[in-house]
Write a protein that binds this ligand. Structure first.
Ligand SMILES: [Zn+2]
Length: 95
């Protein structure tokens, strides 16, 4: 029997796959993955968490519905902008 975590991984993979084919289906898969995570109370790994906007909570795909840019050379951070709600947030990256 597959675990909740495996199901989430599969759903996120599917969401990323469908993102170039069918936006709605992609969103549905992503929302379902998030619901499972909340229900079983597991923390999503950062690689998955960064696919959801912190403000509008929507599924955002780097290069499609979000933009990830490196900050200025002396500040070790990345900026993630959500195209859906316009929210921009920074994440420090440890060198
Ligand atoms: Zn957003």
């Amino acid at each position: 029997m597959e675990t909740a975590k495996e199901r989430i991984d599969i759903l996120i993979d599917a969401a990323l796959y469908y993102s170039s084919i069918d936006d709605k289906l992609s969103d549905d898969q992503a929302r379902l993955a998030k619901r499972i995570a909340m229900r079983v109370r597991i923390r999503l790994p950062y690689s998955i968490k960064q696919l959801f906007c912190r403000q509008c909570k929507e599924f955002i795909i780097p290069g499609k519905s979000s933009r990830i840019r490196l900050g200025r050379s002396n500040t070790k951070c990345i900026r993630i902008s959500c195209y859906r709600c316009g929210h921009i947030y920074r994440k420090l990256i440890s060198a």
